[in-house]
Design a protein around this ligand. Structure first.
Ligand SMILES: [Zn+2]
Length: 344
């Protein structure tokens, strides 16, 4: 009765199911294991002629880069089950990877540092640095990446989010045009560490991230994500064999970039008014919250993203002056394809 399991037991069960399914399909496909729970699955009758030897994975799918964002793990398992049953044919090589297993087993976002800011670093000091190093061995061989994430607060839709590249944009629009895209550009290499998609974009592939919805094993998100995976496989397979993939009839959802990023004022206390959630609209000049008796207002109109509320009230009831996050909230603005940079 998986419904009755506590969340951590359910995570453990899904991780073990992943291992079992990999074992189950190893007679049907050529499974190459790069590190624990980082695998490449090649079709047995792979046609290798079109492949660059150093980039032989057509599509990589990743999950639980953040330990609490578990739906992606169930999606990878559903994909493996479909491969095992023969319901889904496989004509190209795919990479499947679980990200921050240690964090998922503890029910936390990360253990020592954010794994999605740990790519491209020299350090091997933390659990996440070492895991990023393992994941990079798969990404270095991957043409494309879809990295599945979830968000912390309530949200009424999934969205794509990635550093802009023409190929990443084409992939997202070909796979799920009905899902909004949030893309951004212009920020240079960060010393702190890169995201998975950013790292791949800097290393000759293209990576995109999908935020499925709010954290948890939500059946609707898992079903939607499996649909995305199947369509992505069809798109990538068609591209690999030079076939035309029938374009989706769904009208494209809005395209956004950042309109405003509001910094968290110097307080550990709450600043935002109650009730902000992802994609709730704000109008320019509208109130977001308050700090030191002054209203904090939006300078642009658009849907908000990633509102930050502090986790807990201090025992003495006095908030310090250390902000719980660098950013308070983001506001999106709608753009169209002509606004995208031509040189990326
Ligand atoms: Zn995430």
């Amino acid at each position: 009765m998986s419904e009755n399991l506590n969340p951590l037991a359910k995570v453990e069960q899904e991780i073990l199911r992943f291992d079992q399914l990999i074992e189950d399909i190893s007679g049907l496909f050529a499974v190459e294991t790069l590190a624990p729970r980082i695998h490449i699955i090649h079709p047995k009758a792979a046609r290798r002629t079109h492949r660059a030897p150093d980039r032989d994975v057509n599509l990589t799918l990743m999950a639980i880069i953040h330990g609490v964002e578990v739906a992606g793990l169930a999606i990878l398992n559903e994909l493996l089950a479909a491969l095992k049953s023969g319901q889904l044919p496989l004509e190209v090589s795919i990479g499947l990877a679980l990200g921050n297993i240690a964090a998922a087993q503890k029910g936390v976002r990360f253990v020592d540092r954010d794994l999605n800011r740990s790519f491209g670093r020299e350090s091997l000091d933390t659990i996440e640095d070492r895991r990023a190093d393992d994941l990079e061995t798969l990404l270095a061989r991957s043409e494309r990446l879809i990295d599945f994430h979830q968000v912390r607060l309530k949200i009424d839709r999934p969205f794509w989010i990635f550093p802009y590249s023409k190929n990443g944009y084409k992939l997202a629009r070909a796979v799920a045009p009905e899902v909004s895209i949030i893309t951004h550009w212009g920020k240079g290499f960060s010393q702190e560490g890169q995201c998975s998609d950013e790292w791949l974009n800097h290393h000759g592939g293209n990576g995109v991230t999908m935020e499925l919805g709010q954290n948890g094993f939500d059946p609707a998100q898992i079903a939607m994500g499996l649909g995305v995976v199947k369509k992505a496989l069809a798109v990538v397979t068609a591209a690999h064999f030079g076939r035309r993939e029938r374009p989706s009839k769904n009208p494209p959802a809005p395209l956004y970039t950042w309109g405003e990023i509001v910094a968290y004022p110097p307080t550990g206390g709450p600043v935002l008014d109650e009730g902000w959630h992802n994609f709730k609209m704000v109008t320019a000049g509208g109130r977001l919250g308050q700090f030191n008796g002054q209203e904090v207002c939006a300078s642009v109109s658009g849907p908000v993203l990633f509102p930050k509320y502090p986790d807990k009230i201090p025992a003495n009831g006095v908030y310090g002056d250390k902000a719980p996050a660098a950013e308070l909230i983001r506001i999106l603005k709608v753009i169209d394809e002509r606004d995208l940079p031509a040189d990326k």
